[in-house]
Design a protein around this ligand. Structure first.
Ligand SMILES: Nc1nc2c(ncn2[C@@H]2O[C@H](COP(=O)(O)OP(=O)(O)OP(=O)(O)O)[C@@H](O)[C@H]2O)c(=O)[nH]1
Ligand SMILES: [Mg+2]
Ligand SMILES: [Zn+2]
Length: 335
């Protein structure tokens, strides 16, 4: 080891997180880094009694990385291009990105840190859009005040009137929906415009075309992509999270498709504020503590009955409300 590189401390940004190793961009170039074992801790939550789970104890874990793509970290340099991540430099005021839940544990894992927006990708028909999962994404993004862009990919596969109407409703309540085909490149220009000058995390279930879209956007990117599994579900082609620069100021992060999604910290009474079409009716119900489920004089139910709130979105609200008020919090699960 040369004296120049001996035990130097560097700050950097995590570019890639794969099993057991990260790639960290520093002023001295990219460095391959292991994660200090002390950082591999699992937070164990208590779910009994109180509504909001509390951290009960901390135990070591080997299953998930505590470091997320986009995190600022401090590393100890071991060689010219490698080191150890010693510390995660997270500021709670920064945009944290989306939370995901490891299916095998109750460990919260940040999907990406320090992002300006989430690009939620869905396919027109294969895999068939899961709108309840989309609503979970949107609620979590609203909770973190993270702007979202909905991408309806694979329009070359055709679009049923029913699915087209679902997306039209998301536009009516204020979300932007971009329709495109990563295969032909049709419509991708509008996404490129939306990404310009920002850091965006791409998310969505496996097989919707996240990596294919990023490969199309970044001429020199060759992320692995793959066909759908035999039963029509994705096979999780992407297994690591990765940052790709489209230009100096524009970065996109590819992430593995996810099945389960949760956010521990949302309180049931916050939930109406995380649905734009409910939020605009807050304060109009007869009862101030109206849960908008079955109370008389409820402005939300009045709008629902009058056709100005979509029944499917409302059913997501009721489903999530019940999950969040249940004593035993179950992970938000992708059916
Ligand atoms: N017909 C059509 N196929 C597409 C389009 N975009 C992607 N695909 C195909 O869909 C399959 C899945 O694409 P990927 O880019 O690997 O999907 P992904 O979302 O990255 O999946 P994971 O990495 O598993 O999360 C591949 O076979 C792609 O060629 C599209 O616009 N039209
Ligand atoms: Mg992928
Ligand atoms: Zn109400």
């Amino acid at each position: 080891m040369s004296p120049k590189t001996k035990s130097q401390t560097q700050e950097g940004t995590v570019l890639r997180v794969s099993r057991g190793e990260c790639l960290v961009e520093t002023s001295l170039g990219p460095m391959r880094c292991k994660i200090r074992s002390k950082l591999r801790k699992e937070l164990v939550y208590s779910t009994s009694g109180s509504r909001a789970p509390r951290v009960q104890r901390v135990q070591p874990t080997q299953t998930r990385s505590p470091v997320s793509v986009g995190d600022r970290v401090r590393i100890r340099q071991l060689g010219p291009d490698n080191g150890v991540i010693e510390e995660i430099l997270r500021d709670d005021d920064e945009t944290w990105g989306l939370l995901r839940q490891a299916p095998e544990s109750k460990q919260a894992h940040v999907l990406a840190a320090n992002v300006d927006q989430a690009v939620i990708v869905l396919a027109a028909s294969q895999p068939i859009p899961d709108f309840i999962l989309l609503d979970r994404y949107l609620v979590i993004a609203e909770y973190h005040s993270l702007p979202t862009v909905l991408v309806l990919n694979k329009i070359d596969q055709g679009l049923s009137a029913e699915i087209a109407e679902e997306f039209a409703n998301y536009e009516r309540i204020g979300y932007s929906v971009l329709r495109m085909s990563a295969q032909s490149g049709n419509g991708v220009a509008s996404l490129r415009e939306q990404l310009q000058g920002k850091r965006s995390v791409f998310t969505g279930v496996s097989g919707v075309g996240k990596s294919t879209l990023i490969n199309y956007l970044a001429a020199d990117s060759a992320l692995p992509t793959g066909a759908l599994g035999v039963k029509g579900e994705g096979r999780h082609i992407t297994t690591s999270s990765e940052t790709i620069a489209l230009d100096e100021n524009t970065h996109v992060m590819d992430t593995p498709g996810l099945r389960k999604l949760t956010s521990w910290s949302i309180l049931p009474e916050d939930l109406p504020h995380l649905f734009p079409e409910l939020r605009e009716r807050m304060g109009q119900c007869r009862f101030r503590d109206c849960a908008h489920v079955d109370e008389p004089g409820c402005a939300v139910r009045l709008a629902l009955n009058g056709g100005s709130i979509a029944p499917r979105r409302y059913s997501s609200y009721v489903l999530f409300y019940r999950e969040l008020t249940a004593q035993n919090l179950t992970p938000w699960e992708h059916a």
